[in-house]
Design a binder for this molecule. Sequence first.
Ligand SMILES: C[S@@+](CC[C@H](N)C(=O)[O-])C[C@H]1O[C@@H](n2cnc3c(N)ncnc32)[C@H](O)[C@@H]1O
Length: 450
Amino acid sequence: MFSWVLDNPGDVVTEVCVMPEAASRLQSFAEQLLGAPLPMRIRAWDGSQAGPPGAPTLVVRNRRALRRLLWKPGELGLARAWVAGDLDIEGDFYAALDHLSGLVWNRGEDARSLAEALREPGVRAAVRGLVRMAGLPVPPAPPREEVARRRRGLHTKRTDKRAVSHHYDVGNDFYEVVLGPSMVYSCAYWETAEGGDTLEDAQRDKLELVCRKLALMPGRRLLDVGCGWGSLAIHAAREHGVHVVGVTLSQEQAAYARKRVAEEGLADRVEIRVQDYRDVTDAPFDAVSSVGMAEHVGSEQYLTYARDLYALLKPGGRLLNHQIARRPHADEDAYSLDGFIDAYVFPDGELAPLGTTVTQLERAGFEVRDVEPIREHYALTLRRWVANLEADWTRALDLTSPGRARVWRLYMAASALAFERNRLGVNQILAVRSLEAGGSGMPLRARTWN
Ligand SMILES: C[S@@+](CC[C@H](N)C(=O)[O-])C[C@H]1O[C@@H](n2cnc3c(N)ncnc32)[C@H](O)[C@@H]1O
């Protein structure tokens, strides 16, 4: 099936890039490579179209898109072409992304995925030949030791600050468009699977759930690690009467959060700092919340993170760690960092399987008391963020670059699908620093929380 590709790489370039009716040539090239019909329509730069009528359409605006795809086949190539505006999608965005991710990664028994096809040495060599002929340099794949070295160099205080700034210091106005008035950048807590409640209600319910799990009450001290725009700190101080220290690495977030705190009249109870969690020294706290922050910590630093939070708590104090989890890989050593999310969205972000996180918390001394998996909630939340962005697209383009707006739309929609398809999870882990004699201070019936 691949002999045509292997034997005639020059003809393939000519066929696909130079001859008329590019869409049907593209379709037949992809179908030969994958060994199955394409479920999407294609519209090419010359206006030609091919594929099942009524299906979502992949618009290939120019030949450069093909070069990008062939140069880095898979997630990163697709994303590069998408960010540059060389590729577009018409029709149902989620259905199209679902088809594309299926084509690239998981086809099932009867058809191979692009990733599988490209693992065959002959096909890989032919594709690299194509890329060379298309005039693009072919970088060597980084050796395993290089991936390991890069990992070790990550997550110093300086690199974390730079990575956080890349993601969060892009304008609070842009985040207001996406997140809406609640300004919470983590999974909400919905009443129904249909997501009938508003995003603001669902976010308020999430903040309240975190406060109840932490048994917050007047006079207690809460440390909110990765406090974002201050929403949890404000809710906890206003509704539960606690004193809160919120730390973030983002200057823009801190300025925004302080303004909100002052407007709410809570300046005597909420302190927002631009500070790394590793630099917090004013222990002890009765409770620590870390919501949507631990994804930035990285595997090399995770135990340090867990130990630091443990040390900051009083005996009997609770940690609520709300964190995205990936599925374990068959070969954990081969786990590579250079995907689309790393390149464009969260530089140096790292996801761990749930079991790894629980083990690290236990190794740091915590007793893990409860794990609540809430991945369906994240899919609902992300779909709402995508809808917010699409509804205010023109303003979003004014507030940021078109490339960034396209990246955010793609990463949020693709992440919604990943949570729906169970490729990603998100969990609220409640852990306790036990009292000296071993008591947890937890109620016998855990669901009442305090
Ligand atoms: C996804 S946001 C979540 C914000 C907030 N918890 C929420 O739910 O809306 C992640 C937060 O973690 C913060 N962060 C990341 N690394 C940090 C570090 N090393 N020390 C302190 N904060 C950090 C970022 O500045 C950002 O505020």
